[in-house]
Design a protein around this ligand. Sequence first.
Ligand SMILES: Cc1cc2nc3c(=O)[nH]c(=O)nc-3n(C[C@H](O)[C@H](O)[C@H](O)COP(=O)(O)OP(=O)(O)OC[C@H]3O[C@@H](n4cnc5c(N)ncnc54)[C@H](O)[C@@H]3O)c2cc1C
Length: 443
Amino acid sequence: MLLSDPLDPVLRTTAPLPRGAVVRVPDPLLVREPSADAYDVVILGAGCSALSLCLALVENGATGPILLIDARTEYADDRTWSYWDVEDTRFSHLARAAWGSWRVRTASDDVHSSAPDTPYLSLAANDFYRYALGRLAEHPNVELLLGEPVAGYRTIPSGYEATTARFTVRSSRVADARGLRPSPAEIAAIRSRSTWIPQAFVGQHIVTRDPVFDPGEAVLMDFDVDQSRGLRFGYLLPVSPCEALVENVYLSDAPVTLEEHRSELRAYLRDRHGLDEGDYEVLAEERGVIPMTDHAFRARSDSGVAVVGTLGGATRPSTGYTFLRIQRASDATARWLLGQSRDALPEPRCSLLDRVFLRFLADRPDAAPKVFALMFGRLPPDALVRFLSDRSRPSDIARLILALPKRVFLVEAGRTVLGLGLGISLVRRALSRAGSRSRAGSR
Ligand SMILES: Cc1cc2nc3c(=O)[nH]c(=O)nc-3n(C[C@H](O)[C@H](O)[C@H](O)COP(=O)(O)OP(=O)(O)OC[C@H]3O[C@@H](n4cnc5c(N)ncnc54)[C@H](O)[C@@H]3O)c2cc1C
């Protein structure tokens, strides 16, 4: 059941929202046109990173006028954010479910792993939006303008000027939080210099007639599915015995249509859980393409402009996880925008290990399921969680390297270092040819 009427009375309450329900924007926050001549901060976009940053701004003492501008016309329940509970965030208390145990499955391995002190959390987008918008509505200096695509912004003597089709707004500072939507030409340009793997997925939040899921364990990667079109896995977050988010994920360029994703999801639910179409209802659907790339994003595009979220390189290159990095950056960015901090904005980080892992995924998708099983099987769960949450200690990295097949990773490390040092695509191509020959020889 998709509740598409944002004014539905059920949504006026503070009762938990059904999955799929659209969030009603509180009246005091919403404006039809900008009310101020000039703002302290204009935030372009009003999605995850923008709302997180805006909350950080007001909580760090911003009292001057702030305007958020977004092209969207409503806050649909358009995603589910999951991450490990390794530190406090402003939003983790909203988690609908948490798993202290998880599983990675391949055609030949079935690895179970537990870290009850740092569970894997899952937040519904509509809970996040309702909470963030509700909190921002308590601050009369914050305004939200929806249905207004931003065309761009430019420097003017007093600061910046952002334009939409209907308005021009001035501000001292700008935060660009418009998400990453590169054109095919931009992607081609990035790919000529960097590794780029699209993490393309469709997820469905379903309720079943009969209890079929084990809510004690999340299935993070189930590679025991058809791999003929590219590296692919199933992902299942069971909220209760009768309710789960199930996703079909490709780490590949395979041109998979929405219908094909849906059909693979149906087949997955049938094969794994014996569910036929009439046995469950889809409450909400989400989809996305998260770029996994070592492209060098910038956290700042001008002396008064912070670039945040996926556009600012918040996505972890080797995993696609972004939410926690957005939360980590929000306070520092807010203090920078408010002139409270002289520190430079933290630039997005891409470690050598991230680069090597990314190259490995791009070059050896055939070997990836085995390597993930080794990682989850051999690394102590706490060390694994720290690695996946970008909080590795040097000893975790050492353990990880020891757990992985040395020859494969040495080849990828060599490629990465050479690619970085020389930046010559010819070298990469030559190495790739040499690698294919040595792979062919080793089979
Ligand atoms: C379906 C889905 C599931 C995800 N799940 C996870 C997860 O489990 N864990 C995790 O860590 N990460 C996850 N991510 C990745 C990441 O956390 C999210 O994409 C997150 O929303 C990124 O935040 P953002 O602010 O960069 O972009 P968004 O939240 O997408 O916000 C960008 C905003 O900019 C607006 N906008 C775009 N262009 C313009 C314009 N020209 N003018 C005005 N407004 C504009 C958009 O309407 C949007 O509201 C997921 C992503 C998707 C798509």
